[in-house]
Design a protein around this ligand. Structure first.
Ligand code: DAH
Length: 340
């Protein structure tokens, strides 16, 4: 009688344990089977009706079933925990063979790229890279460069004045003077930087752009050094086949002065749309440092000589990357910049 009841409890427990589909459910089943109000407890309450001599045996039987139920509960629980773990491992699986996601990195602005090229080429020839102030004295921007107070160049250059004597530099040439005052020759320097002129914005003008000034001073420097150095520079920048041509020009701070053209790197000099049919493209201004500039800067022109040059950075960037509007260089539209 009791063993039938026990067998029923065991079978019932077995199917409920198997039927539980989660750890929570299994816990509920455990309480129902083994708890205070569970079927086994009920059965034990009936033990008092069993003849005393049979009680130990019945007790043993109940305990056995109880142990069995506990055993299968434990087994089922472990199986479930294991399944959970496996499922989580599967869900959180990382495919280490997948290629990594690419980081979006920036890239140099055309101005920056050209400046890096120019600096690389000149430092390779033993030049030092120096800087000067953007807010400059009239003295360094004009007077010390042999541009006297009433010289028309001062109007031509449409200067932004801060006070009567202080201005935004219109050229990087004042750095020449500052270097000559600060150092003893030999001097070999380039000075890149921002310059300012009261120009309207259009495809070829901006109130703020960049120049790279260059200067070499030593004993016995001649126009041949100027030509050789600048030819080497443009052949490094635009290619070995680049030819150069010097045209006489005028700058107050050099004598003689010249503008240098390079053979068109698009058509090789035959003449095309790019060079406006000329075959040549103007690239920089240059000349031999004027004796008056030497004197004002405290260098003896009877002992030393030197050459200087000024390059428009944007102009080179526009040419090199075949960009036809300078404004594109300042708008920083990422769709435009992405192309270089
Ligand atoms: N400063 C001149 C300009 O802004 C460029 C220049 C010409 C610089 C000749 C020089 C030079 O050093 O020798 O147009």
């Amino acid at each position: 009688m009791i063993d039938e009841q026990l067998e029923k409890i065991r079978v019932d427990a077995d199917s409920r344990i198997k039927g539980a589909s989660s750890l929570d459910e299994l816990n509920t089943v455990r309480v129902q089977l083994l708890g205070k109000k569970g079927a086994l407890k009920d059965l034990l309450k009936g033990l008092k009706d069993v003849p005393p001599e049979d009680r130990p045996k019945v007790g043993q039987m109940v305990n056995k079933v109880r142990d069995e139920i506990e055993g299968s509960l434990k087994a089922r629980m472990e199986a479930m925990q294991n399944e959970d773990l496996m499922k989580r491992l599967e869900d959180e699986r990382i495919d280490v063979t997948l290629p990594a996601r690419r980081h979006k990195i920036g890239h140099p602005h055309p101005n920056t790229a050209v400046l890096a090229d120019v600096e690389r080429i000149f430092t390779g020839m033993g030049f030092e890279v120096v800087e000067g102030p953007e807010v400059e004295k009239d003295y360094y921007n004009f007077e010390a460069l042999n541009i006297p107070a009433n010289h028309p160049a001062k109007d031509e250059q449409d200067t932004f004045y801060i006070t009567k004597d202080i201005l935004l530099r219109t050229q990087t040439s004042p750095v020449q003077v500052r270097q000559m005052e600060a150092k003893k020759p030999p001097i070999r320097m380039i000075a890149p930087g921002r310059v300012f002129r009261a120009d309207e914005v259009d495809a070829t003008h901006s109130p703020s752009f960049h120049q790279i000034e260059g200067m070499v001073i030593d004993k016995g420097i001649t126009m041949a050094d100027l030509k050789g150095t600048l030819k080497e520079f443009v052949q490094e920048l635009f290619g070995k086949d680049t030819k150069v041509k010097f045209r006489p020009h005028h700058f107050p701070f050099t004598e003689p002065s010249a503008e240098m053209d390079v053979s068109c790197f698009k058509c090789g000099g035959k003449g095309c749309r790019f060079c406006k049919g000329e075959g040549w493209i103007e690239i920089l201004g240059c000349g031999m440092v004027h004796p008056k500039v030497f004197e004002m800067s405290g260098i003896d022109p009877d002992v030393y000589s030197g050459f200087a040059f000024g390059i428009g950075l944007e102009r080179i960037a526009l040419l090199k990357y075949e960009i036809d509007d300078m404004r594109l260089l300042y708008e920083n539209d990422i769709r435009f910049l992405d192309q270089f």
